[in-house]
Design a protein around this ligand. Structure first.
Ligand code: NAD
Ligand code: MG
Length: 389
């Protein structure tokens, strides 16, 4: 029986994880669950899963959480704050940590799980983007096992399984992108929040859905792939594949390409990572090839979606550029969702913040978090300037 800490239990990945876990009560149990703010939903999940611990990141919600747990007949211990997230990510009680927090808020607990040598199922791509080499070293030095839940990286991981002794012969990683809701739209200056929060193929949290519409998501994934697989950015390609059936591909020096295909449902990648090295049935309908009319491919348009290019640029700049880009994007998406800036302003916030970036490579988690904080403050000031606030 493997015990799981599920960080970000109330989100989209959280829900898919609970769904897969519920199919295998003899293999997995939920030890701890966490959420950012939604006390009621967290308490419900804690009751349903019979979790031992429930953590709410918001420090002011201790009493509220305690009462909600009681109302839902959960015996879980109530904890609050960021340190408690680190605690449930590293406690000896737990074998598996699922990192499904959104944004840089997940960095610290990801490091905590890595330092404790856990099996870490990581959906929180922002912690790989910001943690970079330091995260990979922490994973290796502590004997942790990092399994990517992001569908593209999970696909790459699967393709590379069959080539474990051939890494020298690996030529390129090819990440597929759906192209998002605005693939065919020329004028992006009038995009509404409603339009940007509906993805054609995937059902996900709001932030990643907006990131998919700007292609920042693919940019973050290029950075994520760079660190997870130790492949430099000039050997990572992005191809737009609107059907989202091929989740990513690996090309070898002899020209051979291996691809991983499946329905666009995150339960597939979660089940694969939970069961690894065994394959578990996720309860997802397998692909029906007779229903697939075509698989098509296009080049991404960096003029309309410049943030994909910024990600490559951040990798070339090195140092803390990726952390700055990520923080700027998070603040800009937040402002866009609040109706304060336009969709196209998200890219200009990122551009401006990257221009203001100072060369400095962080060498510790504390430095990473400090750069993230500083970049957030600067981005907020710049956004205030844009909105006249
Ligand atoms: P979501 O918004 O649905 O859920 C986010 C979770 O994080 C919630 O449980 C929320 O309570 C928690 N949270 C938010 N702010 C927090 C904070 N400050 N401190 C602690 N917890 C906080 O997001 P999601 O779509 O489930 O995505 C989660 C992560 O997985 C993201 O990094 C995303 O990029 C990645 N991811 C998601 C998908 C997907 O299909 N949803 C696919 C690939 C990767
Ligand atoms: Mg992805």
């Amino acid at each position: 029986m493997q015990k799981i800490s599920l960080l970000g239990a109330t989100g989209s990945i959280g829900k898919s994880t609970l769904d897969v876990v519920a199919r295998y009560p003899e293999k997995f149990s939920i030890y701890a669950v966490s959420a950012g703010n939604d006390v009621e939903k967290l308490a419900k999940i804690a009751a349903e899963t019979q979790a031992k611990v429930a953590v709410i990141a918001n420090e002011n919600k201790y009493e509220e959480l305690k009462q909600a747990l009681k109302r839902n007949n959960s015996n879980a211990i109530a904890l609050v704050g960021k340190d408690s997230l680190d605690e449930i990510a590293s406690t000896p009680e737990v074998d598996v940590v699922v990192g499904a927090i959104v944004g840089a808020a997940g960095i610290s607990s990801t490091f905590s799980a890595a330092r404790a040598g856990k099996k870490l199922l990581l959906a929180n791509k922002e912690s790989v983007v910001c943690g970079g080499q330091l995260l990979m070293t922490t994973v290796a030095e502590n004997g942790a096992q990092l399994l990517p839940v992001d569908s593209e990286h999970n696909a790459l991981f699967q393709c590379l399984q069959s080539a474990s002794n051939q890494s020298r012969q690996l030529l390129r990683l090819v990440l597929t992108a759906s192209g998002g809701p605005f693939r065919l739209r020329q004028d992006l200056s009038t995009v509404t929040v409603e339009e940007a929060t509906h993805h054609p193929n995937w059902s996900m949290g709001k932030k990643i859905t907006v990131d998919s519409a700007t292609l920042m998501n693919k940019g973050l994934e290029v950075i994520e792939a760079r660190w997870l697989f130790g492949v430099s950015q000039d050997r990572i390609d992005v191809v737009v594949h609107p059907q989202s059936v091929i989740h990513s591909m690996v090309q070898f020096e002899d020209g051979v390409v291996l691809a991983q295909l499946g329905a666009p449902d995150m339960r597939n990648t979660i089940a694969y990572s939970l069961g690894y090295p065994e394959r578990l049935d996720a309860g997802v309908q397998p692909l029906d090839f007779s229903q697939l009319s075509a698989l098509t491919f296009e080049k991404p348009d960096l003029n309309r979606f410049p943030q994909l290019g910024y990600a490559y640029e951040a990798l070339r700049m090195g140092g803390s550029a990726s952390i700055v880009l990520n923080a700027a994007n998070e603040k800009a998406v937040e402002a866009f969702l609040a109706g304060r800036i336009r969709f196209v302003d998200i890219a200009s916030v990122c551009r401006t913040m990257m221009n203001a970036y100072q060369q400095h490579a962080p060498t510790s988690l504390a430095e990473i978090l400090a750069v993230d904080q500083e970049a957030r403050i600067l981005a907020s000031e710049y956004i205030d300037g844009l909105t006249g606030a």
